[in-house]
Design a protein around this ligand. Structure first.
Ligand SMILES: C[S@@+](CC[C@H](N)C(=O)[O-])C[C@H]1O[C@@H](n2cnc3c(N)ncnc32)[C@H](O)[C@@H]1O
Length: 227
């Protein structure tokens, strides 16, 4: 069954003196995720916001392997923000920015984009393992903000477990879903059809479903033609 950590640093794993946290799942999933991002971003430059970066390890890995892209990690949790900044300092890469403090439940979750302190129109928003471990309003805000901030050829990429046509794609995901809902009734594995409806109201449409190990998927949403 998939594991989840709501708050890194409280899961018994080592915390580096500079505040760097380590997510066990990062070591299992970053390579297959990176391959999809490399393909989707091939030949492109621009700004990518990682929504809900957690420890910051993904943002640093992607920045290292996609040097033509500027990465903007983000989170809501103070300890996670410290970890992201510590990983950023440790990596010492020119193309990763200080983490943005964002609340994805706000449809205007990146005010820095309006006041010039943040990125310009985005090449992409990448979000891993957030929408099932947060209330539905966080998913609503994520899509609304993506619709607002993505450029004309922008992409919203969601990684995690998802239901297809109301059904789990694996027994282990069904068990995981039950454990999530027991922990918090507002959480749960999301159905792709519900996400497509949200995408539609944000001017986006599902363009690709990439299969990932351990019954995870990457869903790629792009702007609807004509929007
Ligand atoms: C399970 S962790 C995943 C972290 C990271 N993306 C990864 O895959 O390792 C979920 C993250 O979403 C963040 N998060 C939860 N609700 C949020 C919100 N409303 N706005 C921004 N971040 C949020 C949490 O603080 C946490 O870092």
């Amino acid at each position: 069954m998939a594991e989840y950590v709501v708050e890194f640093g409280k899961d018994g794993r080592r915390i580096e003196p500079d505040g760097r946290l380590d997510a066990a799942a990062f070591h299992r999933n970053h390579l297959p995720i990176r391959e999809v991002l490399l393909r989707r971003f091939a030949g492109k430059t621009g700004d990518v916001v990682e929504a809900g970066s957690g420890t910051g390890q993904h943002a640093v890995d992607f920045a290292r392997h996609m040097p033509d892209i500027t990465w903007w990690p983000s989170d809501l949790n103070e300890q996670h923000l410290r970890s992201i900044d510590a990983w950023r300092a440790h990596a010492d890469l020119p193309n990763i920015r200080s983490p943005l403090r964002i609340d994805l439940s706000d449809p205007a979750w990146c005010p820095e984009m309006q006041d010039g302190r943040g990125p310009k129109k985005l090449l992409a928003v990448f979000c891993a393992n957030v929408v099932h471990i947060a209330p539905w309003r966080v998913t609503e805000g994520l899509f609304a903000g993506a619709g607002r901030y993505l450029g004309a050829d922008g992409q919203l990429l969601l990684y995690g477990p998802f239901k297809r046509d109301g059904k789990h794609t694996a027994v282990s995901n069904a068990v995981f879903d039950t454990s999530l809902r027991e922990g918090n009734p507002e959480w749960g594995v999301r159905d792709i059809a519900d996400l497509e409806r949200l995408a539609g109201s944000a001017g986006l449409a599902l363009a690709e479903i990439a299969e990932m190990p351990a019954n995870n998927l990457i869903l790629v949403f792009v702007r609807k033609p004509g929007d």
